[in-house]
Design a protein around this ligand. Structure first.
Ligand code: SF4
Length: 472
């Protein structure tokens, strides 16, 4: 495989490249674009024009610097050994392969694709998006040699993309629906994935029927098919081993996998908890389950949420806290599909601890939530701060108000009013692995102290203004 006929470099070394707003020639998809998707489908060989790239819509030379367009990446492949279950696994490689191009930044997956093309790349001669399609075809055929033929169609036309976007959404929904019928106790093999280790070196996904991968792209069926055709590849079998705790989803096989794949950094995982030994989070998660210490319950924000969550933080700020391969109690990267699982964070109290969700996300998963809970989960349209949330939960008789966690969380209020210097009472700050440095004499040398999996529980947090004149 060679890219010498193209005016730019291609290779894994460019993965992780960031393109900031002032370096960007054009943005494709992303949170401000309504239509974006990437899809891979297996087709009969006769339907594929091998190597062909089509572009439907404006090309690079038609786009103004700093502009934004929708993007659809539709890859069709054929091969004697290919089966439908492999589609999602191939599709996930679109992210990786686009990032191989020096000057292309690709984030996310499925219907959340977000790309930027750098000015520098266009200056080098990247004057048509078709070049990206050519790179994809060559990489697909070289890296996945069971693919014999491939063609790519790219969509940038705001009208034309709508129809194919609907088809892509139907395919994603059909995949998810099939996966919802299977549960962890029905299978004797789990799977793992390390595709995101280039961004998050200590992260490995444990993929089980109840816990679809964080990116939402690879369910248990997809992972099984991938591990079968390429057992030494990035998606592999994980024998569950002994189940030490059914409610937590604590399996010796999953622990062994994460310990090995994180090079000893992470020792154990509770599959169904965001608070104790939570699953690591890379950066591709579809949503974040976050703890609300003032309520003793949880909120969920997804990537498409515009604005802040009930805790005052936007998705991007929480994503920084959550991702990078860390194990961060209180902030857990999840797939949207996992919310529909009956095992959803069951170790922490399950779906009934969810007190707030972004409106779009809630509408999307409402049919999978317990019918009597749906109207009791607040969104940004119902409340906009924690005090309002507490009143809402009590008015709606959300089941959280009967829990000890809620009573303890809201119980410190009187004390808080009496003593002005108390900023927050009873706050548990999830800290995960914390590192700090104790400097040596003169600021040289010293020690690094690593506290693994620590939780800091504060009776109160006191914030005092420092008097600059006072001797420290
Ligand atoms: S989020 Fe998980 S399953 Fe998805 S590509 Fe990354 S490591 Fe693989």
């Amino acid at each position: 495989m060679s890219f010498s006929d193209l005016p730019f470099d291609v290779g894994p070394v460019y993965e992780g490249e960031r393109i900031r707003g002032n370096q960007m020639y054009v943005e494709l998809g992303g949170p401000k674009s309504e239509f974006k998707f990437e899809l891979c489908r297996v087709k009969p060989a006769k339907d594929i024009k091998d190597g062909n790239v089509e572009l439907i819509g404006p090309d690079i030379t038609d786009m103004e610097v700093g502009s934004r367009y929708p993007i659809g990446i539709y890859v069709e492949v054929a091969g004697a050994q290919l089966e439908e279950d492999l589609e999602a696994v191939f599709e996930r490689r679109i992210h990786e392969f686009c990032n191989f191009i020096n000057g292309v930044m690709h984030l996310n997956q499925r219907y959340t694709t977000w790309m930027r093309i750098s000015k520098q790349l266009v200056e080098k001669g990247f004057n048509t998006l078709k070049m990206m399609g050519t790179v994809l075809i060559r990489l697909f055929k070289a890296e996945l040699n069971i693919i014999e033929k491939a063609q790519v169609t790219l969509y940038t036309d705001p009208k034309e993309i709508k129809k194919i976007h609907k088809m892509a959404m139907d395919v994603y929904n059909a995949r998810d629906e099939r996966a919802r019928g299977l549960h962890d106790e029905d299978v004797d093999m789990f799977y793992g994935c390390v595709l995101c280790q280039s961004f998050a070196p200590t992260h490995a996904c444990a993929i089980t029927p109840d816990r679809t991968s964080l990116c939402g792209s690879i369910n248990w069926f997809d992972a099984r098919a991938a591990a079968k055709v390429d057992p030494k590849g990035p998606i592999y079998e994980v024998p569950p081993g002994e189940c030490l705790d059914l409610v937590a989803g604590h399996y010796t096989g999953v622990d062994a996998m994460i310990k090995k794949r994180s090079l000893g950094e992470i020792e154990q995982i509770y599959l169904y908890s965001g608070m104790e030994y939570p699953h690591t989070s890379c950066g591709c998660f579809e949503a974040i389950d976050f703890f609300l210490p003032e309520i003793g319950g949880h909120g969920i924000i997804d990537r498409s949420h515009d604005g802040t969550a009930i805790n005052g933080l936007p998705f991007s700020a929480m994503a920084n806290q959550t991702g990078g391969g860390k194990q961060m109690p209180g902030f857990n990267g999840i797939s949207i599909q996992y919310i529909a699982s009956p095992k959803y964070q069951q170790y922490d109290g399950g779906i009934e601890t969810i007190v707030w969700m972004g409106k779009n996300l809630k509408d999307r998963v409402a049919e999978f939530l317990p019918a009597d809970l749906v109207d009791k989960i607040a969104t940004e349209e119902d409340v906009n701060d924690i005090n309002g949330l507490q009143a809402w939960l009590e008015e709606k008789k959300h089941p959280i108000i009967e829990t000890d966690a809620y009573k303890m969380a809201v119980g410190g209020e009187e004390e808080e009013e009496e003593e002005e210097e108390y900023g927050a009472a009873g706050a548990m700050v999830p800290m995960g692995t914390q590192t700090f440095t104790v400097p040596g004499a003169g600021g040289m040398g010293g020690f690094k102290v690593i506290l693994k999996n620590c939780k800091i529980h504060a009776e109160a947090i006191i914030i005092k203004k420092m008097d600059g004149k006072r001797k420290k």
